[in-house]
Design a protein around this ligand. Structure first.
Ligand SMILES: Nc1ncnc2c1ncn2[C@@H]1O[C@H](COP(=O)(O)OP(=O)(O)OP(=O)(O)O)[C@@H](O)[C@H]1O
Ligand SMILES: [Mg+2]
Length: 468
């Protein structure tokens, strides 16, 4: 029995139809061919179709009303053979349930798209069957963050955890890629089995193959006994291929083969071995650029990025900084039996405006160091290492954490909140412009805004800054 689902192919071009059919049969899908005759929507129902792969022109002839009806359909449509304008037109009425791909077909893209379509279906089913709140609780206990990008990330993690799809996590160093990979494993059905990390950059090239696939005794000098590789260790669990962007070309081919066939050969073995692992890969390099420069195989990239996840750098989610500091402070105080009370408003302000090139890892290390060195009391700017104070950016941007309105600010007769807030905002903007000598980029930095956002605000508020 095939488990991947049933796909209906509707294309009167026999060559494409046969190619797609053969390719997807090999991938483990049940294939039905649309032969005309019966009404299209009846055929879908009768065959319990999960996905329709259809040539647009042909579909228009056999089911002219498909646009109106497809958003009500359970099966998803993968449309092939269209011009760019039709693709967007089609997306509008049918929404999320239509995926599109141009002809001539790239089979890697097709496969990735079909997997995404299946993923989308299982997410929908998951959403319908549970609110996922227990999962969210577990997640927020390990991954800290309340910003919108982090909330979206948590949502994504709990959804993909329910499936077996390959995940590619990208993000700068220290953003939490490994933490996210572990969270996916923990929340998946595989949680009781191994989570096996492999750092592709740390293992010498000539050892990586045996490290991944294992080897048999005598297969090379020093192979004194049979040894299981990480794929075998991760069987029924999750294999985390870290720093995948550093994998050498010859191994990329071998990995691709495992992903295609779900079997591998230990070094020196004559027989291949089946494997049931969920793969999560991560890198802080830009894999798309590596594909363009031909340092990373395009086909492997498609195989890995069935579900792509990008973790944003800390400087793009600054509102997470105070809560991360608080969490790390509590943790290190407990670990080290110290009693640092907290951070002064000024020092918190400095840290909220720092660029954090090392992201959360840098923040975590800083808090640990401060707890050890300070031991008790309140952390003030003088306790911070020089670079947090003297860096060009932090110096020009030493702003205070926002102060709360004082108790007696509300006049007895009440206030118009909107105009008071407006006035408060205008005042701060003008102060920032004054301090930056009218330089909008500098002023935007002082306000923690993008330059373009500041310019928009000035326009909208009709504010003009003149130096005299
Ligand atoms: N959202 C978060 N909440 C709590 N801790 C976090 C968070 N993100 C990262 N960390 C912590 O920061 C450190 C770095 O995280 P991790 O190792 O997952 O990053 P990475 O992206 O894999 O980095 P690299 O690219 O350098 O390998 C870890 O100690 C991790 O626990
Ligand atoms: Mg890592």
């Amino acid at each position: 029995m095939r488990e991947n689902g049933t796909i209906l192919i509707a294309d009167n071009d026999v060559k494409t139809r046969d190619l797609v059919s053969a390719f997807l049969t090999y991938q483990g899908y049940n294939i039905t061919i649309e032969k005309g005759g019966a009404p299209f929507f009846d055929t879908l129902k009768k065959n319990n179709v999960d996905i329709v792969i259809a040539d647009l022109a042909y579909l228009n002839t056999i089911a002219p009303d498909f646009k109106e009806r497809s958003s009500l359909l359970n099966p998803l449509l993968v449309l092939i053979g269209y011009g760019e304008t039709t693709a967007t037109e089609l997306k509008k009425p049918a929404g999320d349930t239509v995926f599109t791909l141009p002809k001539p077909l790239n089979l890697d893209e097709l496969e990735s798209l079909v997997m995404r379509a299946r993923e989308y279906q299982s997410m929908k089913m998951y959403e319908q069957s549970s609110g996922g709140s227990a999962q969210n609780k577990l997640l927020s206990a390990t991954m800290i963050g309340t910003s919108a990008p982090m909330r979206a990330l948590f949502e994504m993690i709990s959804k993909v955890a329910a499936s077996n799809a390959t995940v590619l996590i990208q993000g700068e160093s220290g953003t939490g890629k490994e933490l996210a990979a572990r969270a996916i494993h923990q929340l998946s059905d595989r949680y009781a089995k191994n989570f096996v990390p492999v750092n592709c950059a740390a293992i010498p090239d000539d050892l990586l193959e045996s490290e991944l696939f294992g080897h048999v005794k005598g297969s090379f000098t020093g192979a004194y006994a049979n040894r299981a590789g990480r794929f075998e260790m991760a069987d029924k669990g999750t294999l985390f291929l870290d720093e995948i962007g550093d994998m050498k070309a010859n191994l990329q081919v071998k990995l691709l083969r495992v992903l295609q066939n779900r079997e591998f050969e230990p070094v020196g073995a004559s027989k291949s071995q089946k494997t049931d692992v969920r793969i999560i890969a991560a890198t802080n390099k830009n894999l798309e650029e590596l594909v363009v420069s031909r340092d990373f195989r395009e086909d492997l990239y498609y195989r890995l990025s069935v579900i792509p996840i990008t973790i944003p750098p800390l400087r793009e989610r600054r509102e997470d900084i105070p809560v991360l500091i608080h969490t790390f402070l509590t943790r290190f105080n407990a670990d080290k039996r110290h009693a640092v009370k907290g951070f002064s408003r000024e020092s918190l302000g400095i840290l909220c405006n720092y660029e954090w090139p090392g992201n959360v890892r840098e923040l975590e290390n800083l808090v640990e160091r401060l707890v050890i060195l300070k031991g008790s009391g309140l952390i003030v700017p003088d306790d911070l290492p020089e670079k947090y104070l003297s860096g060009k950016l932090s110096q020009s941007r030493q702003v205070q954490a926002p102060s709360l309105p004082t108790d007696n600010m509300l006049p007895l007769g009440g206030i118009c909140l909107n105009s008071a807030v407006d006035e408060f905002e205008n005042n701060l903007i003008m102060q920032a412009l004054t301090r930056s000598g009218g330089n909008k980029k500098e002023a935007a930095l002082l306000l923690n805004l993008k330059r373009t956002t500041l310019i928009e605000k000035l326009k909208k508020k009709n504010l003009v800054f003149s130096e005299d």
